[in-house]
Design a protein around this ligand. Structure first.
Ligand code: SF4
Ligand code: FE
Length: 497
């Protein structure tokens, strides 16, 4: 069962009886059939289908030395810079197949992060975590498990530390020989209701007083004491109408609040327990992995938006106008900027330990910082090209009303090659992708809010060295140049102290 099909994935998440999942205040039993969640399940499913489709299987499969078999890349531990670049390419491609966030990358980044962190702990003599983790990894790879990753705590008052407030961070309540009990909540968890298991990690650096919050583990979602409250998004009620145009592209993502109410985690699934010294390192490794990934998925969504904008320009005969061409060119420039930094972060990867490949953190953080800005610019340009119809078009139900359709056909006319339904479909696709949570809000706050990346840039960049270069060229001092071209203090948290 190493390479599951999309159908096998759907069957695996159909029947649950312990977890409580709520949508719009009501409990949902079968997430695969619920109209609100189904588009999200279909988007997640695309990560399984990709491993069987001719155009994507070369990206979506990888060889695992842990089980000596080919696995879905979403369960793979990166073994080279090329592996990391394949991740970015796969994400761009999957955005083309879904027009949405496909939600599986957070769990994948969590796997790679825990592989490195448990290995670093093993090097310091704590071998249990690494041994447990490798056993878990084999299980995930053999069964092609759908993982979600849960990092962000609800945090409460941001100036207060975890131990200084109640209920703001997930906490270890009790430790027994068999396992641990945890309580608390994780917020904004991508694809949580579509996952079989969730990997929980700490969200920030901790002090010794915060050690009960420094915990990492995995747990099946269908566990007693876990509750999920699925969040709302723009246009989400359209899914409930069950039409086939207005909610295009019919694949989407969801985010949820996950509540752990005294949940038991068996010890073999615990990968960090009160190791507060490692939590900052874990966060740094994870966030750089996820920031690198955005160079792929967001550029892929931008391709959808460029394509839709170009098509809409053609439908009304303006595609050759110089200002439209300039806007399209600008969108391409912004898109390829996001992508190329993601690729650079991959190909200039860092070997953190034996068989551990981590992204270049400077480029990964630059990638995400660009992603906090460029999608908004791309959406503005596409709105400009599409025209006001993007916010005013009649619904598909108007088009399907035989009395109204002739009027809509008459007054939404453009170039005669394009029937009015083409226009409406393209407008809806553009509206739902360019204004989506996945392209806008997630681009700002997913994988860490903008300031988090700027902190890393400032930590790595060596202003004193840059000043020395300038002083040398101004004939103010002699300078001993570093052997590296980049004026960086180092590339990793190990080098940059
Ligand atoms: Fe994957 Fe992008 Fe969604 Fe994150 S935002 S889960 S990288 S598709
Ligand atoms: Fe994300």
């Amino acid at each position: 069962m190493v390479l599951r099909t999309g159908e096998q994935y759907i069957n695996a998440i159909k029947n649950r009886n312990k977890v409580e999942i709520y949508v719009l205040g009501k409990e949902v039993k079968d997430v695969t059939q619920h109209p609100f969640l189904k588009p999200s399940i279909l988007s997640f499913k695309a990560t399984y289908d990709a491993a069987h489709e001719e155009d994507s299987k070369f990206l979506a499969r990888a060889w695992s030395p842990f089980i000596n078999e080919e696995v879905n890349r979403f369960t793979h531990i990166h073994r080279s810079p090329e592996d990391l670049a394949a991740k970015v390419k796969l994400l761009r491609k999957l955005s083309h197949k879904t027009g949405a966030c496909f939600q599986r990358c957070v769990g994948w980044d969590a796997l790679n992060t825990l592989y490195i962190v448990t290995k670093l702990m093993a090097e310091k003599g704590k071998k249990d975590y690494y041994e447990r983790f490798v056993e878990y990894l084999k299980y995930v790879q053999k069964n092609d498990i759908a993982l979600a990753g849960a990092m962000t705590d609800v945090k409460g008052v941001r100036t207060l530390k975890p131990h200084e407030q109640k209920n703001a961070y997930l906490k270890v309540i009790e430790v027994t020989k068999e396992g641990i009990y945890v309580s608390g909540a994780k917020a904004n968890i991508t694809g949580i209701a579509a996952a079989e298991e969730v990997i929980v990690m700490p969200t920030r650096a901790m002090s010794d007083k915060d050690q009960d919050f420094a915990v990492a583990f995995s747990i099946p979602l269908d566990t007693e004491g876990i509750k999920v409250i699925v969040g709302r998004q723009l246009n989400d009620a359209r899914r409930m109408e069950e039409g086939e145009i207005d909610a295009l592209p019919y694949r989407t993502n969801h985010e949820g609040l996950v509540i752990f109410d005294n949940v038991f985690v068996p010890m073999e699934r615990v990968f960090m327990l009160r190791d507060w010294q490692m939590s900052g390192i874990l966060v740094e490794i994870f966030s750089a992995y996820h920031r690198q990934g955005y160079g792929g998925c967001k550029s892929g969504l931008a391709d959808v938006i460029i394509g839709a904008s170009y098509n809409l320009a053609k439908q009304i005969g303006v595609e050759k106008a110089s200002h439209i061409q300039n806007k399209l060119t600008e969108m391409v420039l912004l898109t390829e900027n996001m992508y190329s930094t993601g690729i650079a972060a991959s190909l200039d990867a860092i070997k953190l330990c034996e068989d551990c490949w981590w992204v270049n953190p400077m480029f990964a953080n630059v990638t995400k910082q660009l992603v906090t800005r460029f999608p908004y610019e791309i959406t503005k340009l596409s709105t400009d090209i599409a025209g006001g119809i993007l916010g005013t078009a009649p619904s598909e139900w108007d088009l399907k009303n035989s009395k109204l359709r002739p009027y809509i056909e008459k007054y939404l006319q453009g170039i005669s090659d394009y029937p009015v339904e083409d226009r409406l479909r393209m407008v809806r696709l553009l509206e739902n992708v360019s204004l989506s949570v996945a392209f806008l809000i997630e681009s700002v706050h997913g994988a860490g809010s903008p300031e988090a990346q700027r902190i890393v840039l400032n930590r790595i960049y060596d202003y004193d060295y840059a000043e020395k270069i300038a002083r040398y060229l101004a004939n103010l001092e002699k300078t001993e140049f570093k052997d590296k071209a980049e004026p960086w203090r180092g590339r990793t948290f190990i080098e940059v102290s």
